[in-house]
Design a protein around this ligand. Structure first.
Ligand code: HEC
Ligand code: HEC
Length: 387
């Protein structure tokens, strides 16, 4: 009897000792993790990016500038900023009389309440025709070095007539659109204030719209305030997400600088060549087979407001995008080749995209971080259109 009691005691003691050890180990792990996050929080919110942990970059040396604030907007020498020119541009941006039907304005597809895009997979334009690419936001467009998913326009001035003339978008000849604006009495004073006299030309329309677009810039986001020293503005998950973005998840190879894009063209496995949805991307501009399926790296600022995402609006949640990157952006084997105008083309996703091995928790942390790059939706009162 006595023997049995001591055995029970021994077993009981051993179990509680083991339990204690395990608890202490998990406790130690948790506190180790916590002190790692605390350390990262200190570094990233120090106001000094040179003290941040080194980013993990691809050995192929991508075009890289550290992430941070958006620099001041630079206006081109041949189209400097003025308040009156920007106000005229804003009015034109909202004016549907630039379109063939006089029903569709730039703001129809680039709506400030919808992140300056339309939150659709594909926009509809003239006669409710569907386009074949996802509308891009014009927020922070001053920082893009070329325009459109394939970079086919080199400046905003050059770009602005393209949607007016696009058959599926505004469907109007630029000279007719210009004449229509010139006939509107109320525009005279606006052109005079902006350009010194009331002459309406297509070049002036382009300059005014571009000047306005360059003023559509994000205010400081939570990310900007956090790195400036407001260290409690980020949750632990957001701190970890920022760190993963710069390191293990390797997003920094392409989405870098204050604009969160290095303005390069890359193939991230979304071209779907040989299928009905195929898009040759940059190849359509350069005709260089190596560019088949490449798109301009989009900015990630304001990303939570501008979905659905990618050139074809194929992704409707950020979790799906992160899961896609995590698995190394697999291209469906049957959708990697096509014959275009007699030339066989292959899609080759960037070698920078690899299996990332992120856990579910890490994916959630990255997503939390992406949320810190967005600012609040504004609902500006549309301008009064002149008559
Ligand atoms: C019918 C919808 C529609 C209308 C109207 C429209 N856009 Fe767009 N916009 C788009 C789509 C779609 C894209 C992307 C097209 C592509 O890459 O081929 C785009 C792209 C752009 C871009 C390039 C953004 C970037 O990140 O490169 C700018 C700038 C722009 N539009 C400005 C304008 C202006 C200015 C007007 C009016 C003159 C206008 N848009 C009218 C749908 C529209
Ligand atoms: C090799 C360069 C490259 C790397 C690395 C990369 N991206 Fe991208 N990213 C792109 C390109 C190019 C596109 C546009 C592709 C398209 O339109 O089909 C894109 C699109 C996106 C979009 C959609 C943007 C929009 O406006 O539609 C998100 C979100 C995104 N990337 C997040 C990330 C994250 C997060 C990482 C890290 C896990 C990452 N990217 C790594 C090149 C890259």
């Amino acid at each position: 009897m006595k023997n049995a009691v001591s055995w029970v005691l021994v077993v009981f003691l051993t179990i509680s000792l083991l339990n204690n050890c395990l608890e202490r180990k998990t406790y130690q792990e948790i506190s180790k993790k916590q002190s790692f996050v605390d350390q990262l929080r200190q570094l990233y919110s120090s106001g000094d990016a040179s003290s941040w942990p080194k980013p993990v970059l691809d050995p192929s040396k991508p075009v890289f500038t550290e992430i941070g604030h958006l620099p001041k907007v630079e206006f081109p020498a041949d189209n400097p900023y003025s308040e009156d020119k920007s106000a005229l541009g804003r009015t034109l941006f909202y004016d549907p009389r630039l379109s063939g039907s006089s029903q569709i304005a730039c703001a129809s597809c680039h709506d400030p309440e919808l992140g300056w895009t339309d939150n659709k997979t594909f926009s509809f334009g003239h006669d409710r025709q569907l386009g074949s690419r996802n509308a891009m936001t014009i927020l922070n467009i001053a920082y893009a070095q070329s325009l459109f998913w394939d970079g086919r326009a080199e400046s905003l001035e050059e770009q602005s007539r393209m949607p007016i003339e696009d058959q599926k978008e505004m469907h109007e000849h630029i000279d007719i659109a210009t004449d229509k604006i010139a006939k509107i009495k109320g525009y005279e004073i606006l052109f005079e204030k902006a350009f010194g006299d009331s002459r309406v030309t297509k070049e002036r329309i382009a300059k005014a719209i571009s000047t306005f677009e360059r003023t559509v810039v994000s205010p400081p986001s939570r990310f900007d305030k956090f790195i400036d020293g407001q260290k409690d503005l980020f949750t632990d998950n957001e701190v970890m997400g920022l760190h993963l973005f710069r390191t293990k998840a390797q997003c920094m190879n392409c989405h870098n600088s204050g604009y969160f894009s290095n303005n390069q063209f890359e193939n991230d496995g979304t071209a779907l060549l040989g299928s009905k949805q195929e898009d040759l991307g940059r190849y359509l501009v350069t005709k260089d087979p190596a560019d088949a399926g490449k798109f301009r790296v989009p900015s990630l600022r304001e990303i939570t407001r501008t979905g659905p995402w990618m050139h074809n609006g194929a992704f409707s949640t950020l979790t799906d995008i992160l899961t896609f990157y995590n698995s190394g952006n697999p291209e469906p084997p049957k959708k990697r080749s096509t014959v275009h105008e007699g030339i066989t083309l292959h899609s080759q996703k960037s070698e920078m995209l690899k299996l990332l091995d992120l856990t579910k928790e890490e994916i959630a942390q990255l997503e939390a971080f992406l949320g810190t790059l967005s600012t609040r939706t504004t609902r500006p009162v549309p301008p009064k259109l002149p008559n």
